[in-house]
Unconditional design. Structure first.
Length: 259
């Protein structure tokens, strides 16, 4: 059986309906279907303690703490607070953070930028890599990563959907690129073209569950159990056996997150 690692999911938001609201049953199902490890990613500081408690009994689940660019109204991230939370040995990364101008509306990009800079500084101070979300903001994302010296800790451009030029710039900063179920979408041919070119030693896979379910479950609630569809698609693009892709992406995960 393949031993896949889901490098980005939100387990506290996955639909537990099929498991009678039993989180342990979901995790058991993941393990039985070959998901060896998962990285459960925080999106705000208010929901973080409950998420951290939820995954506590499962050593195969790593954690990231951070504030998503589109979250608003909750606790603002400060360097002190992030460092206190990141001192937890189960925390392997800072994120998800980044910039998202797609849903900015009339909002002020400077708020997102300030938060992003603080989180990059926190990652540098604790020596843990970044989980970076970028949407409709590629130039500013790369600029802030450079200005704040993110290359010192590295990280991943998660749920990568940008063009090759952006991929190249990310790779030059030492970043990994993580591909999600979007890779399986019918219209994603340009993205599949990018995925064919990324060096094997910089590839990660993720579900971003409960979002972005891959084909043939597109539009429904996503779960780490669907990671196999992402792995299968990427393996085919790379001309690799799924077993080999599982190995490569697991090695990359351990290398980036020091697991
Ligand atoms: Zn996410």
């Amino acid at each position: 059986m393949n031993r896949l690692i889901d490098s980005h999911c939100h387990l506290d938001r996955v639909d537990l309906g099929p498991y009678d609201q039993d989180f342990a049953a979901l995790i058991r199902a993941c393990s039985e279907s070959g998901i060896a490890r998962m990285l459960c990613v925080g999106i705000d500081l208010d929901s973080y303690p409950a998420m951290r408690d939820l995954v506590d009994p499962y050593p195969e689940i790593d954690v990231a703490v951070g504030v998503h660019p589109n979250e608003s109204g909750g606790e603002e991230p400060s360097l002190e607070r992030l460092l206190a939370l990141a001192a937890d040995p189960r925390v392997v990364a800072i994120g998800e953070t980044g910039l998202d101008y797609y849903r900015l509306g009339d909002g002020d990009a400077s708020v997102q930028q300030r938060r992003f800079r603080i989180q990059i500084a926190a990652a540098r101070a604790c020596g843990k890599p970044l989980i970076i979300h970028t949407r409709a903001a590629r130039a500013d994302t790369l600029r802030l990563l450079r200005e704040e010296g993110a290359a010192a800790v590295g990280g991943v451009l998660h749920c990568f959907t940008e063009d090759w030029e952006t991929a190249r710039a990310g790779l030059d900063l030492g970043l990994y690129l993580s591909f999600s179920g979007i890779l399986t979408f019918k219209k994603a041919e340009p993205l599949r073209e990018v995925a064919r070119r990324v060096p094997l030693d910089r590839l990660l896979i993720e579900t971003d569950a409960p979002y972005l379910a891959p084909v043939p479950h597109r539009g429904r609630s996503n779960t780490p159990l669907y990671l196999g569809y992402v792995a299968g698609c990427l393996a085919e693009l790379r001309g690799l056996e799924v077993e080999r892709l599982a190995e490569v992406t697991a090695d990359n995960y351990r290398c980036l997150f020091r697991r």
